[in-house]
Design a protein around this ligand. Sequence first.
Ligand code: SF4
Length: 81
Amino acid sequence: MRLVVDLNRCQGYAQCAFLAPEVFAMHGDEALLYDPNPVADGEADGELRGNVTRAVAACPVRAILLELADGHAGDGPGGAS
Ligand code: SF4
């Protein structure tokens, strides 16, 4: 799975860090750090995907773009920007 966060759009609301702390972390008040290529395997796969998917959906400014390895892509409801 591959992630891109539009840091120009990100407002540091930290919803993603709350929902998927394996991937997203806040650094200071507003700077977001994230793993652009989180590796999910075995049992953790579903949980990690679920957390990341929820984080994508929860981002108030839809700054997170998610590409799953199977080619399915989504960036939350709407998609187009
Ligand atoms: S939820 Fe969206 S706006 Fe908030 S820190 Fe994550 S990417 Fe940025």
